[in-house]
Design a binder for this molecule. Structure first.
Ligand code: DGT
Ligand code: CA
Ligand code: CA
Ligand code: ZN
Length: 576
């Protein structure tokens, strides 16, 4: 069981208790523990399993909660949660995922209308019945309807990082089957989509039945959904992620890779094109319509070539112009992980990170980077012990000394993730910011402003001459929260004009900003950074997810400023 799962159960129960208007102290303690566990660098399940350790070492976890966590580990729930679920149907929990509705509103809706499902809620909003309740109005109804649509889109989906980890585990496992030559991810994992419905694995070589039996007998498999001649599907883990495995002969492996990588809309466009050439394309290969003669199938390259196209990177296969570009030999040369020379967003023990600057620097050095920017929080994030002006200035000085002595083994840029206040001003005085190499400006509060006010707030933040990067530009949390509302194009245009880079935040639950907005911003002339927002040395390994996003946004190395060598890096920001 992963920490996120422990955290989810605690937070959920806290929410249900809030619907029930229970004691605020207990609710807060569950929430605090959930937040602490979520960000804890070690697995809670491992600590619980180790008799020499105690989970009370996690800040915010006391004796009472340690029993709760033990109970969760043993049976996947705990007494208080069961009690709450007996009082409210589990669907009430789903209602909590609808943005704009707090527990008090939900309690009111359940009490007044006896409605506790998403469908019921949608009906109430459509029939304009929410506005009959206190403190609810037409605006809320609209927001609820939009939020329900978003919720339906994300239900049953998983973070790319989670799916990738599972895919890698099963790839390694299946590769050990006798005779297996190759195992690869297809589907949305291969395309680098930020959320994934299911994992698609393609196996080449080996005896299909033997490979599939090995798959379905994996200890993490909880339910076998289907098992046929060359395909099996199963659910894995508590989370119920589905994995599809197909075993294919060498001669059609490329065709199957192409077909099962998708996306569906890309494939449809490709098949239409094939027909114009008198060819049919399916998962077995490309063949002539008339004679049935096969012209390609063993590799993807030969299929694209036979259709008069350059091989198209999976991240681009969304039928958003990639086929036209491939025809004209005009596909971008997408940025690669190896192009990235440094990570530009990370936190240390000074604020809410788990390691020291030197520990972060060492891990970055081992990853092969030339430089890092250390960007702790500013004082508005009091809970994270954010830096005030005096600490900012002292930090800048410390980093200058560190670089002069060469003690970090890597070039360190002094940075800050400075909060953007509600009115768009910086949380730190300008003369202190002036001491730093790289100021990232980010929104962490007042995320529900009206679009016009949020737009002005961000535009004002860009006016500060020391701001070089706009951090996690939309503020979305995948499967959890949509980004804040504002005029993205306007802000992107201003960022481009001023030479402020947009961050592509590689943290798996953010992956912010996403493909469509990256392309829109690039069209306005924006530059980008790709950075992990690491709070622990191991988070530096999330860079590939950020690079995937950049690639999905058609970015080349020249669009990403942390591909520049350290000597040319700083002057690439800020023209005004
Ligand atoms: P997901 O799993 O929802 O994150 O997205 P995908 O793209 O992995 O979708 P999935 O797993 O349903 O199917 C994998 C690929 O297989 C998909 O991208 C395209 C191909 N595919 C599956 N079913 C169809 C179909 O009915 N028609 C076409 N043209 N392609 C299909
Ligand atoms: Ca899939
Ligand atoms: Ca699938
Ligand atoms: Zn942040």
């Amino acid at each position: 069981m992963e920490n996120a799962e422990f955290a989810r159960l605690l937070a959920e129960t806290a929410d249900l208790m809030e619907i029930a208007a229970e004691d605020g102290f207990r609710i807060r303690s569950y929430r605090n523990a959930a937040a602490a566990i979520e960000g804890y660098p070690e697995r809670v399940a491992d600590i619980l399993a180790n008799p020499a350790r105690s989970v009370t070492e996690i800040p915010g976890v006391g004796k009472g909660l340690s029993f709760v966590l033990q109970e969760i580990r043993e049976r996947g729930s705990f007494e208080r949660r069961d009690e709450m679920l007996a009082r409210y149907p589990p669907t009430a929990l789903e209602m909590l995922k609808i943005q704009g509705l707090g527990p008090k509103s939900i309690a009111l809706i359940i009490e007044h209308y006896r409605v506790s499902t998403i469908d019921g809620l949608e009906k109430l909003a459509r029939e304009q019945k929410l506005r009959e309740l206190p403190r609810m109005g037409a605006k809320l109804e609209e927001k609820v309807l939009r939020s329900i649509a978003g919720y339906r889109r994300s239900a049953g989906r998983f973070l790319l990082s989670f799916a990738t980890e599972a895919a890698d585990e099963f790839k390694a496992y299946l590769a050990e089957s006798p005779g297996v030559e190759q195992v690869e991810s297809a589907g949305s994992v291969r395309r680098g989509k930020e959320t994934v419905g299911d994992v698609d694995l393609l196996v080449c070589g080996g005896d299909p039945q033997e490979v599939l039996s090995r798959f379905t007998s994996h200890p993490r498999v909880t339910e076998v959904l289907a098992k046929g001649g060359n395909k099996a599907s199963a659910k894995i883990g508590l989370e119920g992620l589905q994995v599809d495995v197909r075993v294919l002969p060498r001669e059609s492996y490329g065709a199957a890779m192409q077909y099962f990588t998708g996306s569906k809309v890309h494939n449809v466009a490709l098949r239409t094109r094939a027909l114009k050439f008198g060819l049919t394309l399916n998962e077995y290969g490309l063949s002539k319509v008339e004679s049935g003669e096969r012209v390609a199938g063993e590799t993807e390259e030969e299929i694209y070539r036979a259709l008069g196209l350059d091989w198209t990177p999976p991240e681009l296969r969304e039928n958003h112009g990639e086929i036209e570009a491939a025809e004209k030999h005009a596909l971008p040369r997408l940025v690669e992980l190896a192009d990235i020379r440094g990570d530009l967003h990370m936190h240390t023990r000074e604020t809410d990170g788990r390691a020291t600057l030197l520990e972060m620097a060492e891990t970055a050095r081992l990853r092969g980077y030339e430089y890092i920017a250390v960007t702790d929080h500013s004082k508005a994030l009091a809970m994270a012990n954010g830096l005030d002006e005096a600490r900012v200035v002292a930090f800048a000085k410390q980093v200058r000394a560190l670089n002069a002595e060469g003690k970090a083994g890597i070039r360190v840029f002094s940075g800050l993730e400075c909060d953007i206040r509600r009115d768009g001003t910086m949380d730190i005085e300008w003369d202190a910011l002036a001491e730093l190499d790289l100021v990232i400006a980010s929104v962490h509060s007042h995320m529900n402003l009206e679009s016009a006010e949020m737009t002005d707030r961000l535009l004002r933040a860009l006016e500060c001459p020391h701001v070089k990067v706009l951090g996690h530009p939309t503020g979305r949390i995948l499967l959890h929260r949509e980004g804040y509302a504002y005029d993205f194009d306007k802000v992107a245009a201003d960022a481009a004009r001023r030479g402020v880079a947009l961050e592509i935040n590689a943290s798996p639950e953010r992956l912010d900003v996403h493909a469509a907005l990256i392309r829109a911003a690039k069209a306005k002339g924006c530059k980008f950074t790709v950075a992990t927002d690491a709070h622990h040395p191991k988070h530096l390994a999330n860079m590939p997810f950020g690079v995937k996003m950049a690639r999905r946004g058609w970015l080349e190395a020249g669009d990403v400023l942390n591909t520049l060598p350290s000597g040319r890096f700083l002057p690439a920001f800020r023209n005004s």
